[in-house]
Design a protein around this ligand. Structure first.
Ligand code: ASP
Length: 340
């Protein structure tokens, strides 16, 4: 008897749907603006049905965790998602990677949270879309395929959590949404993307993140039900202490100052930050410029602030939330801010 040739085993990729423009159902083909109004979504299974090409890339296992616009995603959802990702990896040694669909508004935040809390080196890749699947020229289907392809690729492993949109692969720590409507919105500032999920169906990397991530971090969130509250205070000309003082009164466990330029702000704003710090509320100083570092200047060190290096304020907030689950020691908080 001649045995039939075995079909090649395809990598197994889990696909977790959470919502966003990539799942929203608009009213007509040129509805690019109001499609979220009725809050109607495709399920992750329906999204997958639109791309039969996926079957050639991977054995895909879809599941729906949420189906919401990403402005509604909260830290409680981050914990739920991290737990699910960690469960999949713990239970399935055959899983090649995990793809996640997400709204673009907070995609970079979810990506960085997972970058610090997933306990595996296998790829976790997040995508979204700038045009809903019902719109002409939608990027939903291509981005979903690219996401599955990057999650299935062995060369994606060990690089931390990745994002892929518009064929560009970015690292979770540096990526940010930089334009409200354009397809090429996800950027890593002047540091640049890591590689491409390109038109010849190749997944190509040129660089890799250097900061500690995933399996090598000290953060363990699987048992946590909530995270310490950390808020962001945005500096501008003439900003006084009103917002910072209100945050302290409101019970913030930590504050990130989105400072001007190198991190400084108006004298009244700085006075309020110093008072917060003295009341035991750690203050991390980040820059609102989008590129470059906040350095440990003489003033910042004397006042006890944590310098956020080149982390965007939203990313510094996530790291401070996680750091505060471990310690309140200022030196340790500073170490973590520079390590991750
Ligand atoms: N409103 C959408 C969201 O869920 C925007 C998007 O996905 O592009 O973030």
């Amino acid at each position: 008897m001649v045995s039939s040739p075995q079909a090649p085993v395809k990598p197994r990729v889990y696909l977790i749907g959470t919502g966003g423009s990539i799942s929203f159902i608009g009213d007509h083909r040129t509805d690019y603006v109001n499609y979220s109004y009725h809050n109607r979504h495709l399920t992750i299974e329906q999204m997958l049905e639109r791309v039969p090409e996926a079957a050639a890339i991977a054995e895909v296992r879809p599941e729906q965790l949420l189906n919401v616009g990403s402005a509604s995603v909260t830290p409680a959802h981050w914990l739920e998602l991290a737990r699910r990702v960690n469960d999949i990896f713990a239970q399935d040694p055959q899983a090649a990677g995990i793809a996640v669909t997400h709204g673009t508004a907070t995609l970079e935040e979810t990506a960085y949270f997972l970058n610090l809390t997933v306990k595996d080196h296998r790829p976790v890749v997040i995508t979204g879309a700038m045009r809903p699947p019902t719109g002409l020229g939608t990027d939903s289907d291509v981005n979903l395929l690219d996401c599955l392809r990057v999650a299935a690729a062995p060369q994606s492993a060990g690089r931390g959590v990745l994002t892929v949109l518009n064929n560009e692969i970015q690292g979770a720590r540096d990526v940010t949404k930089s334009n409200s409507y354009r397809l090429e919105t996800f950027r890593s500032g002047e540091l640049g993307c890591l590689g491409y999920a390109d038109s010849d169906e190749q997944v190509v990397f040129y660089r890799t993140p250097t900061r500690t991530h995933t399996l090598d971090t000290e953060f363990a969130v699987d048992e946590l039900t909530e995270l310490p509250r950390v808020d962001i205070a945005y500096a501008y000309a003439g900003a006084d202490g009103l917002v910072v003082n209100a945050l302290v009164e409101g019970g913030a466990a930590g504050i990130v100052a989105a400072g001007l330029g190198g991190g400084g702000s108006s004298p009244e704003f700085m006075t309020a930050l110093r008072a917060a710090q003295r009341r035991g509320v750690p203050v991390a100083v980040a820059t609102q410029t989008g590129n470059g570092r906040v350095m440990r200047s003489r003033r910042f060190v004397e006042d006890g602030y944590i310098a956020a290096d080149n982390l965007a304020p939203k990313k510094a907030r996530i790291l401070l939330m996680l750091a505060l689950t471990r310690t309140k020691d200022p030196a340790e908080l500073q170490r973590m801010m520079l390590e991750y």
